[in-house]
Design a protein around this ligand. Structure first.
Ligand SMILES: *[C@@H]1O[C@H](CO)[C@@H](O)[C@H](O)[C@H]1NC(C)=O
Ligand SMILES: *[C@@H]1O[C@H](CO)[C@@H](O)[C@H](O)[C@H]1NC(C)=O
Ligand SMILES: *[C@@H]1O[C@H](CO)[C@@H](O)[C@H](O)[C@H]1NC(C)=O
Ligand SMILES: *[C@@H]1O[C@H](CO)[C@@H](O)[C@H](O)[C@H]1NC(C)=O
Ligand SMILES: *[C@@H]1O[C@H](CO)[C@@H](O)[C@H](O)[C@H]1NC(C)=O
Ligand SMILES: *[C@@H]1O[C@H](CO)[C@@H](O)[C@H](O)[C@H]1NC(C)=O
Ligand SMILES: *[C@@H]1O[C@H](CO)[C@@H](O)[C@H](O)[C@H]1NC(C)=O
Ligand SMILES: *[C@@H]1O[C@H](CO)[C@@H](O)[C@H](O)[C@H]1NC(C)=O
Length: 511
């Protein structure tokens, strides 16, 4: 008798084992390779992004199927135990029968009792085979079903593994980049000028606008978590954006309260090193305790604030006024923007209360807002930094709640749109020099989902992003301009190559 079912069961167990181990390893990869962001004094922070493409729904399916299969197999094992017993007794019966037949063959039938015993044995055998046959037939079908399902799950697991391999590769790449950033962060703590353009290096480029055409944005450089911590996801940060300002190395960090609305406090740092170490800060508190009540009149609203030429510009709390706070005297000036929508009426997509978004570029001070009359279309206003008077305005066709943020370079507004949690595209431009709109397609990678504020600094050609609490910078790349030398003809290639702004890993070599 050929008992093959236990062998097939072994095979199924083996398959299940393989599935279980691949699932377990897939799970382990997700959970344990994800470093927790940490915040502490003198510490470099890192965070990791789990790729969007990781097929968690496939894991769910496979886990579900595995549970079902385990149950099925267990049921079959339970059924199999008595079958094996029956097969054993069947074997015994066959053995007895064989002995009886042999006995009859050699000795002949001794008496009727002997004969009855033989026929009884044959009948028993027949009954047993019937029972066994039905059992085996049914089991066969169920086992066939199980094998089909095992094949089904195996194919899912196989797909999963191929996905997982990619996931591991992506994660490894990101880990490598993070290690590099950590190393640089550590270097930055001991090197005052790290990440800051060296004196005399390309300085002639800064502040000028001739042929400044944006061609690409570098990968994000994570500088630090904001000083208030991980839960302060809303805010703005940067450097003084005015060309030729007195303290070009002065950084500001302004995390909003967790209501996403109130800017009650911000800090200034005189150097990059101070910012990295969170020391020697000047803290500005904007709320006042008057007559047993807190007064928020001088506070800001939303994350559109910037530091420009030694003054802090922001939307005054609960109004359509612009505020300017002199960081030396702490005097505050106000100016109403007639017709501007305010109090979270037409804020950016995914970002609340940013009704007024300030910008400072090569051409001066700007504020971007939406008007009530245009029903949410973006207006760009150039401001007199001294008194906040509007010098000129441009109305665009861009619906403010449809875009995630904007920044301005040389009087050209660039607008962002969300693609995924880790990707934005710069898709729209408005040139105030010509009054023309344009389209673009430049990808901006994000560490975290929401870019709470995005601003360009003309003094270092960097974009400053407050990315869900993280302070992040990007290098901006412009089309390289060659001055033609005599007898040299510039090729298309060199005309189009990219230019880098400063040293470091973010540098992009001329292609
Ligand atoms: C597992 O069994 C449940 C209940 O019978 C069923 O709804 C589900 O679709 C099964 N899952 C798979 C992957 O076969
Ligand atoms: C095993 O065989 C006996 C008869 O030989 C039968 O009564 C019994 O039900 C069988 N066991 C199972 C689990 O079918
Ligand atoms: C086989 O023969 C032995 C001895 O004659 C008997 O005890 C046993 O019950 C028989 N087994 C079957 C399954 O008929
Ligand atoms: C299983 O039994 C059914 C009848 O119950 C029969 O039609 C079928 O052919 C059997 N299958 C096998 C594999 O013997
Ligand atoms: C796996 O089984 C499910 C449901 O039983 C079915 O929808 C799916 O097409 C099967 N997949 C493969 C690869 O056979
Ligand atoms: C733009 O920069 C990104 C980030 O480094 C890079 O991946 C991409 O290839 C660049 N695109 C072009 C067109 O150079
Ligand atoms: C910055 O302020 C100084 C006076 O404090 C002024 O002379 C200078 O023009 C201002 N720069 C800009 C870019 O507004
Ligand atoms: C905003 O975006 C949505 C979806 O893309 C689009 O249907 C709608 O027309 C846009 N609104 C305006 C005013 O552009």
């Amino acid at each position: 008798m050929d008992i093959k079912f236990p062998e097939r069961m072994t095979m199924i167990w083996l398959l299940l084992y393989l599935i279980v181990t691949s699932l377990v390893s897939a799970n382990r990869f997700i959970l344990s390779e994800m470093p927790v962001p940490r915040q502490a004094e003198n510490e470099c922070i890192c965070s990791i992004v789990i790729p969007d493409s990781f097929p968690s729904q496939m894991i769910d399916f496979a886990e579900d199927a595995l549970k079902n299969l385990t149950q099925l197999v267990q049921e079959e094992m339970d059924k199999l135990a008595p079958i094996i017993q029956n097969i054993t007794s069947y074997n015994d019966a066959v053995e007895n029968m064989t002995n009886t037949v042999l006995d009859i063959e050699t000795n002949g039938i001794k008496d009727e009792a002997d004969f009855l015993k033989a026929t009884k044995q044959i009948n028993n055998l027949a009954d047993a085979s019937d029972v066994l046959f039905t059992l085996l037939n049914e089991t066969d079908d169920v086992i066939g079903d199980i094998l089909n399902q095992v094949n089904n799950v195996s194919s899912v697991v196989w797909q999963l593994e191929s996905f997982d391999k990619n996931g591991v590769l992506v994660t490894h790449r990101e880990m490598a980049a993070l290690r590099k950033q950590l190393a640089e962060c550590e270097e930055a703590m001991t090197n005052l000028n790290f990440g800051v353009p060296g004196a005399g290096q390309l300085t002639h480029e800064f502040g000028k606008c001739d042929h400044k055409e944006l061609v690409n944005i570098s990968k994000p450089f994570i500088v630090k978590l904001n000083w208030r911590g991980f839960s302060y996801k809303y805010g703005a940060w940067g450097k003084d954006f005015a060309i030729g300002n007195k303290n070009p190395d002065m950084y500001w960090v302004a995390p909003l309260n967790t209501d996403q609305r109130l800017m009650e406090i911000y800090r200034l740092y005189n150097t990059y090193r101070d910012l990295l170490l969170y020391k020697n800060q000047v803290e500005k508190s904007l709320s006042q305790y008057v007559g047993f009540n807190w007064n928020y009149m001088n506070c800001g609203q939303g994350s559109g604030a910037i530091l420009y030429n030694g003054s802090f510009y922001f939307n005054c709390h609960n109004t359509r006024n612009l505020c300017k706070m002199d960081t030396v005297t702490n005097n505050i000036k106000r100016k109403t923007v007639e017709g501007a929508a305010f109090n979270n009426w037409y804020s950016y997509s995914g970002v609340s209360w940013q009704d007024f978004d300030f910008a400072g570029d090569e051409k001066g001070l700007w504020v971007v807002y939406a008007t009530e009359s245009s029903k949410g279309k973006i207006t760009i206003a150039q401001l007199d930094p001294e008194n906040l008077n509007t010098i000129k305005t441009w109305e665009t066709s861009l619906y403010k709640p449809n875009i995630t943020n904007t920044f301005i370079i040389c009087g050209v507004l660039y607008a962002l749109k969300r693609v995924t949690a880790h990707k934005e595209i710069i898709f729209y431009t408005f040139d105030t020099n010509t009054g023309k709109e344009g389209t673009l397609d430049i990808v901006l990678e994000k560490l975290s989902d929401t870019a709470q504020s995005v601003s360009y600094n003309p003094n270092d050609h960097k974009i400053y992003m407050y990315n869900d609490g993280y302070l992040v910078t990007y290098d901006v790349m412009f089309k390289r301009q060659f001055t033609r030398r005599r007898r040299t003809v510039a090729t298309m290639n060199t005309q189009n190559s990219l230019m880098t702004i400063h040293k470091g890993w973010q540098q992009f070599s001329a292609a």
